[in-house]
Design a protein around this ligand. Structure first.
Ligand code: ADP
Ligand code: MG
Length: 245
């Protein structure tokens, strides 16, 4: 198996005349807990949506475990589980039913899906909420439900776009524990975040994206050391904004 979960080479994305990604290069090893940080509008969601096949790239090469995201898209889709930034769970189904349906989309057999849904709902503390419509759940439980949906087909890479936005502090810590455990079990995790504390708690490596370019990519300790406090000041301001929002 390819040692790199993700390789991005010279990735560009334009939305009409707007140049959003300006030649990104990034290699992420299998098993890594990786954080993509950066201010609003930097291009984090665009990058993630390209990996997941939701947005078409303009130029460049992107491979997941050595498979091209466009040429080998069927294989790549099986490898990736995505929890998007915006809440997008169907409001017409109960949590349990929509997860069964999701498993069906990935071609899992019904008995297999049922087992997997129960296992994941139990594991993420959602079993007692299984008959709820997802939009009735609290912010923290909604995020967990989105992560469970992303995990139904047991992907090798879990991609989370701002997974703790709108999640209160206590539930955020619960979520961190779930994610740390998944990573210890061998899943590669890629997340975007605004919270430096989140990156420090979870990530082995981070990259900072600024105006469509990778500013720095290294271990979290090295990045903090290298930025000599600038980064910390920036993220402390961001954190306070989130708290007061
Ligand atoms: N579908 C789209 N059409 C036009 N512009 C877009 C679209 N999606 C994102 N953008 C623009 O691309 C830039 C990067 O957005 P995004 O990737 O969402 O940033 P981030 O997730 O880092 O906040 C922003 O200027 C945003 O307005
Ligand atoms: Mg975003």
């Amino acid at each position: 198996m390819n040692p790199f979960a993700l390789t991005i080479c010279n990735l560009h994305k334009n939305f009409h005349s707007l140049e959003v990604l300006k030649g990104i290069n990034l290699n992420i090893k299998s098993g890594m807990f990786f954080g993509l940080l950066g201010p609003n509008g930097a291009g984090k969601s665009t990058t993630i949506n390209i990996l997941a096949g939701l947005t078409l790239k303009s130029k460049g090469d992107v491979k997941i475990f050595g498979y091209d995201i466009e040429k080998d898209y069927k294989t790549v889709r099986q490898f990736i589980g995505l929890s998007q930034q915006e809440f997008n769970l169907d409001r017409f189904f109960t949590l349990h039913d929509l997860l069964l349906y999701q498993g069906g989309l990935y071609g899992l057999r019904q008995t297999e899906v049922k087992k997997r849904v129960e296992e994941l709902l139990q594991r993420f503390g959602l079993w007692e909420h299984r008959h709820q419509k997802p939009h009735r759940l609290s912010g923290g439980l909604k995020r967990r439900a989105m992560i469970v949906k992303a995990l139904i087909h047991d992907p090798k890479i879990l991609i989370l776009d701002e997974p703790t936005a709108g999640v209160d502090v206590e539930l955020r810590h619960d979520l961190w524990n779930y994610l740390k455990k998944l990573n210890r079990e061998g899943k590669t995790i890629i997340l975007t975040t605004h919270y430096l504390e989140e990156a420090k708690t979870l990530c082995d490596e981070i990259a900072i994206l600024l105006e469509g370019k990778i500013l720095i990519h290294d271990s979290i300790e090295k990045v903090i050391e290298h930025s000599k406090g600038d980064l910390i000041n920036y993220f402390i301001e961001e954190d306070q904004e989130q708290v007061h929002a």
